[in-house]
Design a protein around this ligand. Structure first.
Ligand code: ZN
Length: 311
């Protein structure tokens, strides 16, 4: 649905380690191995549910020698997944068995949540969401489908000042402020099943970020079609004075990027055409996909990304 989170994209280290954690430990499906279309010397990995539907996607740029990132204002602080409420016990045991650093079960805005980190320090959490078990689950991993991650719950943004960003969330993307807990304001998109929560933590005077391994690069919000995308972009310009990019063809969706007033990079990504556009739905993510405009550089790209080209 328009305005819900489409995907989150982060920076990580070695591709193999990243794939291992997200597919084997978290039980997500690797739905696409491709390259950063703006710099094809860097890979781009997409993890999600069986089809990689919008709202279930976390994507990574693996950069082996990247320095560790340091969180600062103007960044996504944490990316939160939703699991069935009855599955939190399963995940507690799984994290213990797999040695995943976590903060144990806590409550946020009344929701039971386990905050944890991936091997590169990316801040993540699982939240138990009532009724989410009816959403499609990927049953192809060692995590039983009953307990599988169903998609993104939301993100939290660490900002200098909450107001200008909250105005974009409500006016452009359709969110409503629903609650406050401590220094965190919660915004929800009415009617969204997955990807409908944005928390804002305003911490004036905090450090500036130093992007690197474990940092989120951007967060993308959904546009059901090109017309919806255009109207969101026009609102960003006319109501908020923002300066979005031209529309870019990302093959699996079409995207417009904008630095929102709190300095987080937002993207508006279309729901279509999705991941089955260049490989069969039952073999998503198995072979490195090079977009047609880079076809002439295939050999060079594959040689530079042995971790992705091997399979
Ligand atoms: Zn993106």
């Amino acid at each position: 649905m328009n305005g819900a989170i489409h995907h989150v994209t982060a920076i990580t280290g070695e591709a193999r380690r990243n794939i291992d954690f997200y597919t084997r430990v978290l039980g997500l499906r690797l739905v696409k191995k491709t390259v950063d279309f703006d710099d094809p010397s860097i890979g781009h990995l997409y993890f999600g549910n069986e089809t990689g539907s919008p709202g279930t996607l976390l994507t990574f740029f693996p950069i082996e020698d990247a320095a560790a990132g340091r969180l600062g204002v103007g960044e996504v602080q944490e990316t939160v997944w939703c699991v069935p409420e009855h599955s939190l016990g399963y995940w507690t045991h799984r994290f213990l068995a797999k040695g995943v650093e976590n903060q144990g079960l806590t409550r946020r805005f009344g929701e039971r949540t386990i905050a944890f980190k991936d091997p590169e320090g990316t801040s993540l959490a699982l939240t138990g969401v009532p009724g989410i078990e009816t959403q499609p689950a990927w049953g192809g991993s060692e995590v039983p489908a009953d307990h599988a991650i169903r998609g993104l719950h939301g993100v939290s943004l660490l900002l200098e000042d909450a107001e200008p960003t909250s105005a974009v969330l409500t006016d452009v993307l359709g969110y409503r402020e629903t609650a406050v807990e401590g220094t965190t304001r919660r915004f929800r998109l009415p009617g969204a099943t997955v990807g409908g929560v944005v928390d804002i933590r305003a911490v004036g005077g905090f450090l500036k970020p130093r992007p690197g391994r474990g940092s989120v690069h951007h967060v993308a919000f959904r546009a059901e079609n090109a017309a919806a995308q255009t109207s969101m972009v026009e609102r960003m310009i006319s109501h908020h004075g923002l300066v979005p990019t031209e529309q870019k063809d990302r093959r699996y969706f079409k995207s417009v990027y904008v630095r929102e007033p709190g300095h987080v990079l937002f993207e508006i990504a279309t729901d279509q055409p999705g991941f089955a556009v260049d490989e069969a739905a039952d073999s998503l993510g198995e072979t490195l996909q090079i977009p047609p405009f880079l076809d002439g550089r295939r050999a060079e790209i594959e040689a530079g990304l042995p971790d992705l080209a091997d399979d």
